[in-house]
Design a protein. Structure first.
Length: 487
């Protein structure tokens, strides 16, 4: 194994084990042997095989993304940024995602485009919530990223026949097949020779899986020593559906069936009983969540587009709830998500302390690593994996660099991330992804979206086409309504 020394970095966001927090180290070296960090600090004098000049750069730990849908979300670009269902809690889940979602054969190019965006924004570990498919694990491994596959499985599918009520089509046999396929994929991921692929169990949504399905999923997760993630508390409709079925809030129901605990990751954990858009004063969801040890995958962008916000990042983390950050939607830009997580928490609470940079940066690093049970990720310290990014301190948007992490998050964003390493191997050089043919993947994504949009009306309850469901910002001139002469 070769030893590489990145010498004389302007700054390293290093892990202080005694203080259990990130700290700045100035004029420091970052040294890794193979895929493991062996030294962080000034004056490394041991033998090395390769020395890289770190002057003008800051090393930051690789971001750990705990919730993403790279199979489908890139193709929603231009379609779902501004629209939701007015009569279904403003959500896009029930009318939009069901008609715009890509066909399975287009999963490859879509996933590659998402991975290229993630890598360029400093993500070194991705949790991929997709449907199990042949070749999925190998495709992820080829991108060079560290991946956790979460093959989603469910027994029912939601739909609407009128745009104001949600119904469920239940198919127990399909659920059994999905469960089988998911477990097969999970085992394939755990055994993958790259050593960079992990797994978690994924009963897809709290309202599309029955009690037994959740319990069996958790049992299989525990058997394999992996966590479980489900979508819960993500929509007003879902909250009231669970109350209608069980007389319990989603959090109460998860607790009642025995799955609300340290093994569970809740994506997205927004609509607790005390959320202003719910205002159900007859529960104590926040305290139940806090005491359970369950964690939350926070993905601000996809929700704030529809005027929904978790209440709030600071409140959850200050109470001891483990929170991670995810890129649930496009663009798959982790720095954007970190910045938005701070802004929306402050605006929603009217308190600038409820979404600090430290809250969000730690959620995107050590918080995510804890959720994935990987204390060797999300931090730069001896014994940790060599997953990190080098930020160009001379980038104009990083200047003046009085506080470098703030300059990155609030001004430079991914533009200043020049080099990215995963497992000791460089995957981004000078802002260019080395492991993906981005142009070819983008061409495939464009074609996949084009084919899918042609058949939107076949899946929509009102037989609307794409432009009717998601009207463009401006009409082309030949489609403008003809003006009538004044008489």
């Amino acid at each position: 194994m070769k030893t590489t020394k990145i010498a004389g970095l302007d700054h390293v966001v290093a892990w202080d084990d005694a203080e259990q927090r990130h700290v700045y180290l100035d004029s420091a070296d970052l040294v890794f042997k193979g895929n493991e960090i062996v030294h962080v600090g000034p004056g490394y004098g041991g033998p090395v095989d390769t020395t890289i000049d770190g002057k003008g750069f800051m090393a930051i730990p690789g971001f750990v993304n705990v919730h993403s849908h790279p199979f489908s979300e890139p193709a929603n670009k231009g379609l779902t940024e501004e629209y939701g269902s007015d009569k279904l809690g403003q959500s896009s889940l029930y009318e939009y995602l069901t008609v715009f979602g890509l066909a399975p054969e287009d999963a490859g190019p879509s996933t590659q485009v998402a991975m290229s965006e993630l890598l360029k924004s400093g993500v070194t570990t991705i949790t991929d919530l997709s449907m199990a498919r042949d070749g999925w694990v190998d495709d992820l491994a080829k991108t060079g990223i560290r991946a956790v596959v979460c093959p989603m499985m469910r027994q029912g599918a939601w739909y609407t026949k009128n745009g104001y009520t949600v119904e469920y089509a239940w198919d127990e046999k399909a659920g059994e097949k999905a469960f089988e396929a998911s477990m097969k994929t999970i085992d394939e991921a755990i055994r993958h020779p790259s050593g960079r692929i992990g797994a978690m169990a994924g009963p897809a949504q709290i309202d599309t899986c029955h009690e037994g399905f959740f319990r069996e999923s958790l049992q299989e997760a525990k058997k394999r020593g992996i966590p479980m993630q489900t979508h819960a508390c993500q929509a007003v409709v879902e909250f009231h559906e669970m109350m209608h079925r069980h007389g319990k809030t989603p959090i109460e129901w998860l607790g009642a069936i025995g799955v609300l605990g340290p093994d569970l990751i809740i994506g997205h954990g927004i609509f607790l009983n005390d959320h202003p858009q719910i205002h159900y004063p007859h529960g104590n969801d926040f305290e139940r969540l806090r005491d359970s040890g369950a964690s939350v995958a926070h993905c601000p962008t996809v929700f704030v587009r529809r005027a929904m916000v978790m209440n709030s990042l600071g409140r959850y983390m200050n109470a001891g709830i483990t929170v991670g950050i995810g890129t649930d939607t496009f663009p798959h830009n982790m720095v954007d998500e970190i910045r938005l997580a701070c802004y929306v928490a402050r605006a929603f609470t009217g308190n600038y302390k409820m979404g600090t940079t430290r809250h969000a940066f730690e959620a995107a690093t050590i918080g995510g690593a804890k959720m994935l049970r990987r204390p060797d990720l999300g931090r730069l310290a001896p014994g940790c994996k060599a997953d990190f990014s080098l930020v160009d301190m001379n980038h104009p948007y990083m200047q003046p660099s009085h506080e470098p992490v703030r300059s990155l998050i609030y001004s430079a964003s991914e533009r200043a991330i020049r080099h990215v390493y995963v497992d000791g191997a460089q995957v981004v050089r000078d802002g260019k992804v080395l492991t993906i043919d981005v142009e070819a993947a983008t061409a495939g994504l464009i074609e996949g979206q084009r084919r899918r949009l042609k058949t939107v009306s076949e899946r929509d309850w009102a037989c609307r086409d794409a432009d009717a469901l998601s009207p463009p910002v401006y009409l082309t001139k030949d489609r403008l309504p003809q003006s009538r002469p004044v008489t």
